[in-house]
Design a protein around this ligand. Structure first.
Ligand SMILES: Nc1ncnc2c1ncn2[C@@H]1O[C@H](COP(=O)(O)OP(=O)(O)OP(=O)(O)O)[C@@H](O)[C@H]1O
Length: 718
């Protein structure tokens, strides 16, 4: 049963079909021979019932794009500062053309002539300050809302490699098809497009990437196109859609696109290299470029006559596309054709050079000038986006995070840790070893997860950029979904490690200490992951992010309270900025502030640093050192465990928020605000807890050698 939405769309389509007077005549004339193979394609085209948008006529004229020339220095001196500052390189100049619904405009020309640049300009992906000229959609300047009607299939396809073709298309349909369309209709649409683009054979194969083999390059290209067609855009821009396809597949693909354009009133603009004669015949308009200029714009069928008029006669039965590419490879002919075309242009009312009209141009009725914007800014609700993206992120990231290599790595480290610190005896001699084990565990879980996380955004970057350009979802939904999806994945490792190491090394044998120790390792993992997110989102380049991460982690490690127990005068406060220091303090408290933590004195002497091990004449020896005495001797940060815990949770939250703002790249002020709030809170806690600890220490120093108090931090700063 057809939904009300579909019916209303079909009514609308009939109305829309009257909008383009000349287009309608023209599309009826187009004769495409559909063979048996094309039956599936036709089904897709007929069944593209979720289509709901207006046909769009796109025109552009006087389009220039230039980039600043990087300033060069000769022997360390700027040649001419003013020239250096103002000079720009023209990539494309005075480009014009148009394409209407039901048409294919093909952009051709030698490599590097500016074809992709023009597509980028039309899609609105170039910095607007660098683009001059006019681009109009149904007579309007393209607004952000209008740009949502454009789909752009770039040369580099961006996909999540661990998803299958069907999964990738299904997620796109769930995210980008209107919320009014039922899930079954969306899935049906996916199946139709899989059939139409001949993807059935590989529909359950993973897409893959350069690291692991998935579908072939040609299939990848078709998935990329399917992904865009699926969302029912009004204008489809394609950059070399047939590259990597053999001639029959290329023909089939262009036929599908043509049929789609005609029946669904889509406007298709594609960059194409060396199409076969059959493919060439399917083009309605042709824009030929050379060195950033137009060499020809007009009906595809007229190019041979045009070139003949200029003195370049194509041999009979020779593919015009091949002939054009042959002559444009000759610099003299190329220049001649550029000049000839410029001469045919004349200034318009605004003084811009435009081509004399040598072709029919569709009239746009007043009705079609109005493009109704989509009912919703996002097709899926925020909650739907969150659910779909979490599911997708979990599927993709679980393959990366839960890799066999990661498990083997953790297992090896767990075995090594267990061997090195195997069943540590509860003796004074082994106190340093025990602290070493605890510090190693802390720092390992503070470091390892961040390494796994710094690449999280950069690996997603291309897909994220592509999907955000097409308004598929909100960045916040993506960001939160990533956190949710990765949370269960990332905490598996500390659980796995602690289960092996805790009992093998003989840490405090109580269930509460075990669970607290494990929970703190998980907290270390989450805090470390937050840093990974922030650094990854800020730098996006894995190499730079790894360097920054290493510096931050090693700095935190040095200030962690194990290697440097006392810091130079005036620098004591620095350790409070090491998250490892807070983690280590909690871990130590769990292990030493326990009734099981009693360590046998190795020798009873008059000089032992622990009062419990002093000779009876000098103190109250009982032959065992209590864990609490060890904590006091080590002079850890003096904050109660709950203050450390609070600092770490808050740190995790703030760092993650900063990562989000960093990903947005435009909310630095908000980021700084969060930073400020964090620093204030941190100092407040330190102030409160240091006074608390001071009074506690004054009441009972519990042992000997408590030489500095946590409140010392303020004296140091002063
Ligand atoms: N931002 C930029 N800065 C400097 N040069 C640029 C920039 N963008 C494009 N170019 C240059 O402009 C020219 C046109 O590039 P473009 O990618 O548009 O060519 P193309 O015709 O699509 O090439 P191909 O067919 O090989 O893909 C190239 O020489 C390219 O190096």
């Amino acid at each position: 049963m057809k939904s009300a939405f579909i019916e209303s769309f079909q009514d609308k389509k009939i109305k829309d079909s009257n909008s383009f007077s000349l287009e309608d005549d023209k599309t009826d004339e187009i004769q495409i021979v559909f063979d048996e193979k094309s039956v599936k394609r036709s089904e897709f085209v007929q069944n593209a019932h979720v289509s709901r948008k207006h046909p769009i006529y796109i025109e552009f004229y006087g389009v220039n794009y230039s980039v600043p020339i990087p300033q060069e220095k000769v022997c360390g001196k700027q040649i001419d500062e003013e020239i250096g500052k103002n000079s720009r390189k023209l990539i494309i100049q005075n480009i014009h053309g148009f394409a209407g619904p039901g048409e294919i405009l093909a952009i051709m020309g030698p490599s590097g002539c500016g074809k992709t640049t023009l597509l980028n300009a039309l899609s609105g992906r170039l910095c607007t300050e660098d683009v001059e000229g006019t681009i109009k959609m149904n007579g309007h300047r393209p607004t952000e809302d209008l740009k949502r009607f454009i789909a752009y299939c770039t040369q580099e396809d961006a996909f999540f490699p661990h998803l299958t073709v069907r999964e990738a298309l299904t997620y796109t349909s769930r995210l980008r098809l209107p919320r009014e369309v039922s899930i079954n209709a969306k899935l049906e649409q996916v199946e139709n497009i899989i059939q139409a683009l001949n993807l059935s054979k590989c529909s359950n194969t993973k897409i893959g990437d350069i690291r692991f083999r998935g579908i072939s390059d040609g299939e990848r290209k078709r998935v990329s196109i399917a992904n865009e067609l699926l969302t029912d855009p009004s204008v489809i821009l394609l950059d070399e859609p047939t590259s990597g396809l053999d001639s029959s597949l290329a023909l089939e693909l262009v036929q599908t696109l043509k049929e789609f354009a005609v029946k669904q009133k889509k406007t298709i603009i594609m960059v194409i290299h060396q199409p076969s004669s059959q493919v060439f015949e399917l083009f309605d308009r042709l824009l030929v470029m050379a060195d950033g200029n137009v060499v020809y714009f007009g009906d595809g069928e007229n190019i041979v006559d045009y070139l003949a008029n200029e003195g370049f006669v194509c041999r009979p039965n020779f593919n015009p596309a091949d002939y054009m590419s042959e002559i444009l490879n000759d610099p003299t002919i190329k220049q001649k054709l550029i000049t000839a075309y410029i001469q045919k242009m004349q200034p318009d009312s605004s003084g811009k050079l435009v081509i004399k009209k040598s072709f029919k141009r569709p009239k746009i009725s007043d009705d079609s000038r109005i493009i109704r914007s989509s009912k919703h800014k996002w097709e899926a609700t925020f909650l739907q986006q969150l659910i779909i993206l979490t599911e997708r992120s979990f599927k993709q990231r679980s393959k990366v995070i839960l890799s066999r290599l990661n498990f083997i790595q953790i297992l090896c480290i767990a075995i090594l840790t267990s061997l090195i610190w195997f069943r540590l005896p509860y003796t004074e001699d082994n106190l340093t070893n025990r602290c070493g084990l605890i510090f190693f565990t802390t720092s390992f879980w503070a470091f390892f997860p961040s390494l796994n996380t710094i690449s999280a955004f950069s690996l997603d970057f291309n897909v994220l950029e592509k999907e955000r350009q097409s308004h598929s979802y909100q960045l916040l939904a993506y960001f939160i979904s990533k956190q949710i999806a990765e949370l269960p994945l990332i905490i598996i490792f500390p659980i796995y490690y602690i289960l092996i190491v805790y009992w093998a090394t003989g840490l405090v044998p109580s269930a509460s200490s075990f669970f607290a120790y494990m929970a703190t390792s998980i907290l270390a993992t989450l805090t470390s992951q937050s840093f990974g997110y922030l650094i990854g989102a800020t730098f996006m380049d894995i190499q730079t992010a790894t360097v920054v991460n290493t510096v931050i982690m090693l700095g935190s490690l040095m200030l962690g309270g194990f290697y440097a127990q006392t810091l130079p005068f005036g620098l004591t406060w620095l350790k409070y900025f090491s998250f490892i220091f807070h983690l280590y303090s909690i871990m130590m408290e769990i292990q030493f502030d326990s009734p099981y933590a009693n360590f046998q004195c190795s020798n009873i002497s008059q000089t032992n640093e622990y009062s419990q091990c002093l000779h009876p004449l000098n103190g109250s020896s009982n032959g065992y050192i209590q864990g609490v005495a060890v904590l006091e001797q080590l002079e850890l940060n003096g904050l109660p465990w709950h203050a450390n815990l609070f600092i770490l949770i808050e740190l995790s939250f703030i760092i993650r928020s900063l990562a989000y703002f960093s990903l947005r790249r435009n909310s630095i002020e908000v980021g700084l605000f969060f930073n400020f709030v964090f620093v204030l809170t941190l100092f407040k806690i330190l102030l409160l807890s240091s006074s608390e600890s001071e009074s506690k220490l004054r009441g009972d120093n519990g042992g000997v050698g408590v030489s500095s108090k946590p409140g010392q931090i303020w004296l140091d700063i002063a």
